[in-house]
Design a protein around this ligand. Structure first.
Ligand SMILES: Nc1ncnc2c1ncn2[C@@H]1O[C@H](COP(=O)(O)OP(=O)(O)O)[C@@H](O)[C@H]1O
Ligand SMILES: [Mg+2]
Length: 252
């Protein structure tokens, strides 16, 4: 059992007018096997939280801590975080021209696990995972995210999660831009990966519809860089019916 613990996290970004505080004291504990949904309006700092966990250099942690099984995550480089078992599915995945999906995945798997996967097993695992995500096998030879549709990019993010088997996966709006069928396929991928490895999942979303496929154990409402309210799955139903207005007004 692993625990990812975020305590009173404050994060700033450098802007033209100087440093701007985006996260204003976030406290959150996730254990293996748990799914936590972070829901909130646009601009509330959800992606900033995701990037801060992953170690994006643009975001400066001014105070607070992030630990993984007691180890100081903030002291780790981005690749050390990945090796420690943290994974981020990005809201806007980046293109990597000249690097094929197949090469990228195998390199990432080798870096994360510390040894190259046996080729025969690897090809089988990759094909199996791609089949499950309804990705044509020709994707393996395409350049990472180059010319991918929105839905294909999101499938590729979950393909990484399935193959890299992280301890904790942060999924930043993996549902955005997906039609109903793709949403189901991607959600099933997340559930499969979770079941296979017992990962903890931090599911960041603006909309409640993905929560019909991935049931959260805990729901956190994120407003203006803070958690404004927490509850169980019923809180998502409340948000579905009533939106974020009462939290935004209360936070303002
Ligand atoms: N690099 C940046 N420079 C300036 N402002 C930023 C930067 N990154 C994020 N912000 C601001 O921080 C706030 C939170 O952004 P973000 O974390 O992307 O929110 P969310 O993912 O909830 O929509 C927004 O007001 C956004 O404009
Ligand atoms: Mg975002």
């Amino acid at each position: 059992m692993s625990t990812l613990q975020i305590t009173d996290l404050h994060v700033s970004v450098e802007t033209e007018e100087g440093a701007k505080e985006i996260l204003k004291g976030v406290t959150l504990t996730i254990n293996s096997g748990e799914t936590h949904a972070i829901m909130g309006p646009n601009g509330s700092g959800k992606s900033t939280l995701a990037y801060s966990i992953a170690g994006h250099p643009r975001y400066t942690v001014t105070s607070g801590t992030i630990t993984l099984d007691g180890e100081d995550v903030l002291a780790m480089s981005v690749d050390e975080r990945a090796r420690a078992g943290l994974f981020l599915a990005m809201q806007y995945p980046v293109e990597v021209p000249g690097v094929t999906v197949s090469n990228f995945l195998r390199t990432a798997k080798t870096a994360v696990s510390g040894e190259a996967p046996k080729l025969r097993h690897w090809v089988k695992d990759m094909r199996g995972a791609m089949d499950n995500l309804r990705m044509d096998s020709s994707f393996a030879e395409r350049n990472v995210n180059e010319g991918f549709s929105g839905g294909e990019k999101k499938r590729h993010e979950i393909l990484q999660m399935e193959l890299l088997e992280p301890k904790f996966a942060v999924l930043d709006e993996t549902d955005s831009g997906l039609d109903v069928d793709a949403l189901r396929v991607v959600s099933e991928g997340v559930n499969r990966a979770k079941e296979a490895t017992g990962s903890g999942v931090l599911l960041i979303t603006h909309y409640t519809r993905i929560l019909r496929y991935i049931t959260p154990d805990h729901v956190h409402v994120f407003v203006d860089g803070r958690i404004a309210e927490q509850g169980g799955p019923e809180l998502a139903d409340d948000l579905e019916a009533n939106g974020y207005d009462r939290f935004v007004t209360a936070g303002a």
